[in-house]
Design a protein. Structure first.
Length: 336
């Protein structure tokens, strides 16, 4: 029996043809290193156009590093970051934000489907500084969330406004931002709502390992490359991290493929016999499945994982086909 990783993660899919063609096109001649090349400049321009904003743009290898570097720029070691209790930076980055931040911590907030509740944020912002605890210096949002929910533009803007009103910086983890955009989140509103640093996901969107670090707050830009270099995120052959974004942005492939992944998730949600625990607004389906059923599914070869809230997660990608969704749906019916 072969093990199937089709729905284990959107990281398990290969790279899109558009990304690979752009990568091959960049693999000619000689260029400047460390991102000071024409390929990186073109990719950065396309990111700025996508967001309709002036910003510093860099291309790095790891979303975890990009998030941690961003938060270290916003919160000093004796300060904290507000984030949802189930956000990726809170539960899945092995303490990287605190490590890169030299001791800064995360204060967890509540809210359904990993969207921060406005009242929970308001309570956290109603703090009194003390020498005995780390006061919040930044808010981190994730769109789409760890449970596949999407912040409406107005919701994200309200949270950012509340944080900025208290003098906090704002970070947006956009590992699946393209999926959120297809669902209606306005990419061109991100800079206007006061986000200081965005991590625009490439890897989960169908690129080889690459993420775009987008710095809207120009006060954070000086010595940005030195910060990246010290963190091991200033690649010498930077054009190979930038090129996939050219392939994915020049003709709209980023949003086109995200739209397909979202549709596949909706197709799976419609066909599964198991209850779905969270709204299917991006490319993930989170099912209520007991341990016995999960084991039966694994025994048939489908590899999927149980996540923090107890749901079993099924992720769709640009490469997911309707036929594969239907094949999985039949397997789910058989083990129900």
């Amino acid at each position: 029996m072969s093990v199937r990783y089709d729905f284990a993660s959107d990281n398990t899919a290969g790279a899109t043809p558009e990304a690979m063609q752009a990568l091959a096109a960049a693999n000619t001649g000689f260029t400047a290193g460390y991102g000071a090349d024409t390929v990186s400049a073109r990719a950065a321009d396309l990111v700025r156009a996508l967001l309709d904003a002036d910003a510093e743009v860099r291309f790095v290898a790891s979303g975890t590093a990009a998030n941690a570097i961003s938060l270290a720029a916003l919160a000093r070691p004796f300060e904290a970051v507000l984030a949802h209790a189930h956000a990726h930076i809170t539960t899945d980055e092995t303490g990287a934000p605190g490590f890169f931040g030299h001791g800064s911590q995360i204060i967890p907030l509540s809210g359904p489907s990993a969207r921060i509740d406005e009242a929970a944020l308001a309570a956290a912002l109603d703090f009194a500084d003390s020498a005995h605890h780390q006061s919040p210096a930044a808010l981190s949002l994730t769109n789409a969330t760890e449970y596949g929910a999407v912040y409406a533009t107005q919701h994200a803007a309200a949270l950012a406004k509340a944080a900025k009103g208290k003098g906090l910086g704002v970070h947006l983890d956009g590992a699946r931002l393209a999926n959120a955009a297809v669902d209606g989140f306005d990419l061109k509103a991100i800079a206007r709502m006061g986000v200081d640093i965005l991590v625009l996901g490439g890897t989960k969107a169908g690129m080889p390992p690459t993420e775009a670090l987008v710095v809207f707050d120009r006060k954070l830009a000086p010595r940005l490359d030195a910060r990246l270099k010290q963190s091991g995120q200033l690649p010498s052959k930077g054009r190979f991290y930038a090129a996939p974004f050219i392939g994915m942005l020049e003709d709209g492939a980023l949003l086109r493929h995200a739209g397909h992944a979202n549709l596949m998730a909706q197709r799976l949600a419609e066909r599964t016999p198991f209850p779905v625990n969270h709204p299917v607004e991006a490319n993930g389906v989170f099912m209520a499945m007991d341990e016995a059923a999960h084991a039966r599914l694994t025994a048939t070869g489908w590899q999927v994982y149980r996540v923090l809230d107890g749901s079993v997660r099924f992720m769709c990608s640009w490469a997911t086909t309707p036929e594969t969704v239907d094949e999985l749906a039949e397997a789910l019916k058989a083990i129900r």
